[in-house]
Ligand binder design. Structure first.
Ligand SMILES: Nc1ncnc2c1ncn2[C@@H]1O[C@H](COP(=O)(O)OP(=O)(O)OP(=O)(O)O)[C@@H](O)[C@H]1O
Ligand SMILES: [Mg+2]
Length: 265
């Protein structure tokens, strides 16, 4: 029988981290992409992951909701063992787990043939068993939260990038996730649209949502992150509070990376 989705007693008491990663290793052929990562995210923490292109940030995030299967180590998330030493949850449990782990991508990934409301109500109707009217009521609340009440009946193609991404966030929130993972949510946006998406993410953070965010938005990281993680070459170079990582980094590699990023902007 496959592993089942059981809450550990400690998790139900709120004692456990939302995410616990031990010795996470991932390779593509001979190319080692993640080199034995250990990391934890506590409830309501905002973790921002930064690092150069190819350092493994997306792979790391994708291993946390089962979009990639690591060969080594373990991932426990929202009280479930997602993967341990190459053994992944069965597809059915994986789908159930993904309802608790929201993911927002750079490229929005909205369903183009559904209206905004259709995008936000589909998951709750299919996977949470809500009636159409319940799902619509919840969706309208979420659209209000992301500032898009007026766009409920619009089709995705008619929206700006910033609006699309806010719909994508509302759609993820509609599943009532316990943690939200963001992979460069503003990288595909025109500069003037970045702020409206970051604003929504700040609101979520202030409401206590647990979040792990890969981003190049250093201002957001400084302002919102509890922990900044610097990745390079498939490993965590350093992790700490933003004041330390940005103001007094302990590692030379962090200094080099920040210098390169900040001199570009
Ligand atoms: N499906 C794949 N097959 C083979 N190699 C891959 C695959 N996905 C990622 N890689 C390689 O793994 C390494 C890490 O990729 P990853 O996308 O995790 O980096 P990243 O830090 O997110 O980079 P970026 O900032 O450019 O998004 C890169 O060298 C990449 O080429
Ligand atoms: Mg990436």
């Amino acid at each position: 029988m496959s592993q089942t989705l059981q809450q550990t007693p400690a998790q139900t008491q709120g004692q456990e981290p939302i995410l616990r990663i031990r010795g996470l290793g991932k390779r593509y052929g001979d190319h080692v992409v993640l080199k034995g990562i250990d990391f934890e995210v506590q409830p309501s923490q905002v973790v921002v992951v930064i690092g150069p292109s190819g350092s493994g940030k997306s792979t790391f995030l994708r291993c946390c909701n089962g979009l990639e299967q690591p060969e080594q180590g373990s991932v426990e998330i929202v009280g479930h063992t997602l993967v341990r030493e190459g053994q992944m949850l069965a597809e059915r449990e994986l789908n159930a787990l993904r309802t608790e782990v929201g993911m927002v991508f750079q490229s929005f990934n909205l369903f183009p043939h559904l209206s905004v409301l259709g995008n936000v109500t589909l998951g709750p109707r299919m996977l949470r068993g809500l009636s159409a009217s319940q799902a619509e009521a919840e969706a309208r609340e979420l659209l209000q939260k992301v500032g898009l009440s007026a766009k409920a009946d619009a089709m995705p193609a008619s929206l700006s990038g910033g609006q699309k991404q806010r719909v994508a966030i509302a759609r993820a929130l509609a599943m009532r996730p316990k943690v939200m993972l963001f992979d460069e949510p503003t990288s595909a946006l025109d500069p003037e649209l970045v702020g409206e998406v970051l604003q929504v993410m700040k609101l979520l953070a202030s409401e206590g949502m647990t979040m792990m965010v890969v981003t190049h938005e250093m201002g957001f990281a400084r302002e919102v992150a509890d922990v900044v993680v610097v990745m390079d070459g498939g490993g965590i170079v350093e992790a700490g509070d933003p004041a330390t990582v940005f103001g007094a980094p302990r590692q030379e590699r962090t200094r080099q990376f920040l210098h390169a990023v900040l001199s570009r902007s």
